[in-house]
Design a protein around this ligand. Structure first.
Ligand code: ATP
Length: 299
């Protein structure tokens, strides 16, 4: 288990990370969220042992993370750090060797992953000749070539198209199902909601939301009902327990205080004819963020 225990990091007088704690167990995918400058990369650097926390402790299976466990860790950094003059094969041999793998294992894993990502033809091409998206695939392949027990992915989806995001997602899910601990950062909440069960949202270094997404949504209690049909905004606003009605292009989003209100809204709505949609939805993480910190996450 990875345990991040009350870590704080100062750069001079500036507090970049403020009393952050979380754990990631084998098989879990953990999302570290925050807008630019929130402290995500600083946190990753501390986990990797590249930066010392000003206070607090980070352990992997009870031990401090240092060079003795690098072969169990994979790290995709935010700034792309490929050796661009090398070929894809040379790059992977270089990193795989650093992780203590034999050439034979590296090359067989590489073939497998290049095939998976549909880029086998680039194996002997220089990295600098590849497109940005393909360079990112190579960087991802390098990070997972050793089947790391702990995989850290700093903004893995930035610059990827939806098809490639899906491809990355499949590989990440597969690694989790085989027992890897996976942490990834993103400034986009929708990416995290796609496949993380557990998250921390940082705001200027401070955790403002944390825990299992299901618990976070459960505790928030509020729900949204999407309604389409023969109703107007004023009618919906008058129903007991409704605190806001948002008019969307062809439907209303009716915000209610708790699940208990659903039947009442349904009863009132049933008095109207021609209702073509009535769907109860969980609030988005963004909505919860706005409610908790009083400002929008995605400005
Ligand atoms: P982004 O999404 O933009 O990558 P981030 O969440 O990864 O942001 P960090 O890079 O961890 O954020 O930075 C957190 C804060 O610490 C920022 O305000 C940044 O300016 C500051 N910071 C980062 N590195 C240093 C440094 N070496 N010296 C001083 N301040 C720093």
């Amino acid at each position: 288990m990875l345990k991040v225990d009350k870590i704080t990091k100062y750069y001079g007088d500036f507090k970049a990370v403020d009393n952050l704690s979380f754990t990631v167990k084998p098989g879990e995918i953990f999302g570290l969220l925050g807008v630019n400058g929130a402290g995500k990369t600083t946190t990753f650097r501390m986990i990797m042992g590249l930066l010392e926390p000003s206070s607090g402790k980070i352990t992997l299976n009870g031990n401090k993370i240092d060079y003795s466990v690098t072969d169990q860790i994979g790290f995709l950094t935010e700034e792309r750090s490929l050796l661009t003059k090398l070929t894809v094969k040379e790059q992977c041999l270089f990193y795989g060797t650093l992780k203590g793998m034999s050439d034979k294992d590296i090359l067989s894993k590489l073939d497998n992953l290049l095939d998976r990502f549909g880029i086998m033809e680039y194996k002997d091409k220089k990295i600098k000749e590849l497109s940005k998206g393909n360079q990112q695939k190579i960087q991802f392949i390098t990070a997972i070539i050793n089947d790391p027990k702990l995989l850290i992915l700093d903004e893995p989806f930035s610059g990827l198209d939806p098809i490639n995001i899906e491809l990355f997602k499949q590989v990440i899910l597969e690694m989790a199902s085989k027992g890897s601990m996976i942490i990834f950062s993103s400034h986009q909440m929708n990416h995290v909601e796609l496949f993380c069960k557990k998250i921390v949202v940082l705001l200027r270094g401070k955790p403002v939301i944390d825990g299992y997404i299901s618990d976070i949504k459960e505790q928030y209690r509020k729900k949204n009902i999407l309604i389409k049909g023969d109703v107007d905004k004023k009618f919906l606003e008058k129903i007991d327990g409704v605190y806001e009605v948002v008019e969307k292009s062809d439907e209303f989003e009716v915000k209610i205080e708790s699940n208990d209100i659903v039947s009442n809204v349904f009863k009132e709505i049933s008095k109207k004819s021609n209702i073509t949609k009535f769907v109860v939805e969980e609030p988005s993480l963004n909505e919860i963020f706005v409610a908790k910190v009083g400002e929008s996450y995605e400005k």
